[in-house]
Design a protein around this ligand. Structure first.
Ligand code: SAM
Length: 324
């Protein structure tokens, strides 16, 4: 559980697509090195470690193969990218390397490890690397696709008339809501409107949905019936969450709703997903929060909980202005 040797060797193998190449019949270290523009001797030593670790096999003739563990590394999404964040060629794949900064973060408490490691924030780096941004969006969308139907059915979205999906990614959630509620209109605000614009166009929803490039750290479009904050709060520290919810509250006014869609931590002191909690800490200075912690941050910006619903394993928390 404590060495970095096997995890880094696996990541190198995934990044170089070694499992795919072995599956395609490139079986020797020489052939794999030639295919991946790598040093044959060093690559062989890494592959031999993966044999020791039970990921690869090697026969007497020096031919490598995949074990059942190694087979799992063949997984790819439809764009040929490993969706498990193991590919060091993507921003999200490299992000976990910021854990080398954990000692500094533990001592200091406020350093954002990713930014300290790479000199710019996770979101800035996604902005610089479109292929990494697309990879991140696709992984986010995979999780959303499994739940979008239930989210659409678990709340009366149609009654809102119009919604703004705040940090809505590539538009998977908003498109699902609009499909299920024929009279609903939607605006999505994210760093780059391009991916969601394409989603809406491909779904034939461009007449009811638009995407805007912008920041939820700035004022949001005014006057929608609902402001959706889906899987955003854990990416930010408490001050950031107050800013984002505060902009939603300002734009919603006394008549609109702010709707947080998220998976909350079970209760304070019990981290149901401690790995995600530490990733949020290291990548963004964020955290996994309980429902109560989000309720308190919302109260700080004049919002109170007016309904709670469930959609699969996620919660739909409706917030309204306390000035009503
Ligand atoms: C964890 S993803 C959630 C995406 C989507 N809401 C969902 O539930 O699938 C966080 C999103 O926040 C967006 N984001 C990050 N910083 C932002 C900012 N300052 N303004 C707007 N969106 C931002 C990211 O681009 C990303 O789409």
């Amino acid at each position: 559980m404590s060495d970095l040797i096997t995890p880094m060797s696996i990541r190198v193998a995934v990044t170089l697509r070694i499992p795919q190449k072995i599956a395609a019949g490139r079986l020797t270290a020489q052939a794999l090195a030639a295919d991946t523009n790598s040093d044959p001797d060093v690559l062989e030593r890494v592959l031999l470690h993966l044999v020791s670790a039970g990921v690869l096999t090697r026969d007497d003739g020096g031919w490598f193969g995949l074990t059942r563990v190694g087979d799992q590394l063949l997984v790819e999404d439809d764009k040929g990218v490993n969706p498990d964040f193991l590919d060091l060629g993507t921003v999200a794949g490299r992000a976990e390397l910021s854990f080398v900064r954990l000692p500094d973060v533990v001592r200091n408490g406020t350093i954002v490890a990713y930014s300290a490691q790479y000199g710019s924030s996770f979101w800035e780096d996604l902005g610089k690397e479109p292929s990494s941004a697309a990879h991140f969006d696709r992984v986010m969308a995979e999780g959303m696709k499994k739940r979008v139907q239930e989210i659409a059915e678990s709340y009366d979205w149609g009654a809102l008339g119009s919604v703004v999906d705040v940090g809505g990614g590539n538009g998977t959630l908003l498109a699902g809501l609009l499909r299920a509620h024929g009279s609903l209109r939607g605006t999505l605000v994210d760093r780059d409107a391009g991916p969601a614009t394409r989603t809406f166009r491909d779904a034939g929803l461009s007449d009811r949905a638009e995407a805007l490039s912008g920041s939820f750290l700035e004022p949001l479009p005014l006057g929608a019936g609902g402001y959706i904050v889906s899987r955003i709060q854990s990416d930010w520290n408490d001050a950031g969450v107050r800013t984002i919810l505060g902009h939603c509250a300002d734009a919603a006014g006394t008549r609109g709703k702010v709707i947080v869609v998220d998976e909350f931590a079970a209760e304070e002191g019990v981290r149901t997903d401690s790995e995600t909690d530490l990733r949020m800490l290291m990548y963004y200075g964020g955290k996994e929060r309980t429902m109560e912690q989000v309720r308190e941050l919302a109260a700080d910006v004049g919002l109170s909980v007016t309904s709670l619903g469930r959609a699969a394993d996620w919660t739909i928390m409706e917030l309204s202005s306390t000035a009503m």
